[in-house]
Design a protein around this ligand. Structure first.
Ligand code: IP8
Length: 243
């Protein structure tokens, strides 16, 4: 039973200090994974890694660059964070293997993503825990653009036929206007008010964009905070279930 888990960049890094992990949070996440690592694929975001480099070179999920220094810097920052995540997992004997999307994925002129998953599936079948990360990817007509961890999660959830999808976030779930966790969202309209209205078109990582994308998945997904990561990995459905 394959689980795709996203560790939010803001969860595992210190957002206020460039290229700095939140060591305590990353330790907690790694502890939870080590207790449960079974048929698991991990994807992590950037947090204080990668985003400022992308901004400096004017690169987003739609605006690309051909500047080799930009490509190299953004990719290197994300690989650096990936290395730090792997080290924490290896310290706990999790057989984590890095998978860098830049080496495999691409977008067509319309921005449609192709992310091959055979290597991820095979690594998983062989008992490894593939660890992917937000990255830059080749984009026809744009050079490279940013590929967010959320896009990777939804792509892998489909191609691996994942039974479970979890987004470990800085909040304990999707929050309503009173700040309480909405236990279940079946339609965008159920949470539209809290998410900034049905017209919201945020696709770049905001909660509205996440919910829209997760609603399209064939698999129910959970959005929860770090406190609930162990419960999620133990098979529970903490936080908000988006189905
Ligand atoms: O934090 C970031 O991935 P995300 C990827 O999941 C970058 O949006 C900035 C290269």
């Amino acid at each position: 039973m394959t689980t795709v888990l996203k560790l939010g960049g803001s969860v595992i890094t210190d957002k206020d200090r460039a290229e700095t992990v939140d060591g305590a949070a990353l330790d907690r996440a790694a502890d939870a994974v080590a207790r449960a690592a079974d048929d698991l694929v991990i994807v992590h975001g950037g947090g204080s890694f990668g985003h400022h480099n992308a901004e400096a070179y004017g690169v987003s999920t739609t605006e690309g660059t051909h500047d080799i220094e930009g490509v190299t810097e953004i990719h290197a920052a994300m690989k650096a964070l990936n290395g730090l995540v792997l080290r924490r997992l290896h310290d706990r004997d999790v057989p984590a293997v890095p998978v860098h999307p830049l080496s495999a994925a691409s977008r067509d002129t319309g921005g449609e993503l192709t992310l091959p998953a055979a290597q991820v599936a095979t690594l998983r079948a062989e008992g490894f825990v593939p660890v992917l990360h937000g990255d830059v990817v080749a984009h026809r007509g744009e050079g490279v653009t940013v590929l967010s961890g959320d896009e990777i999660v939804t792509s892998l959830a489909r191609s691996l036929d994942a039974e479970r999808v979890g987004l470990c976030s800085t909040v304990p779930g999707v929050l309503d206007t009173d700040g309480d966790v909405i236990p279940r969202i079946d339609r965008f309209e159920d949470a539209a008010e809290a998410l900034g209205g049905a017209e919201s078109t945020d696709v770049s990582g905001g909660m509205a964009g996440k919910v829209r994308t997760l609603l399209d998945l064939p698999t129910p997904a959970s959005v929860f905070g770090l406190d609930d990561l162990s419960a999620f990995l133990a098979g529970e459905t903490p936080g908000t279930t988006v189905d």
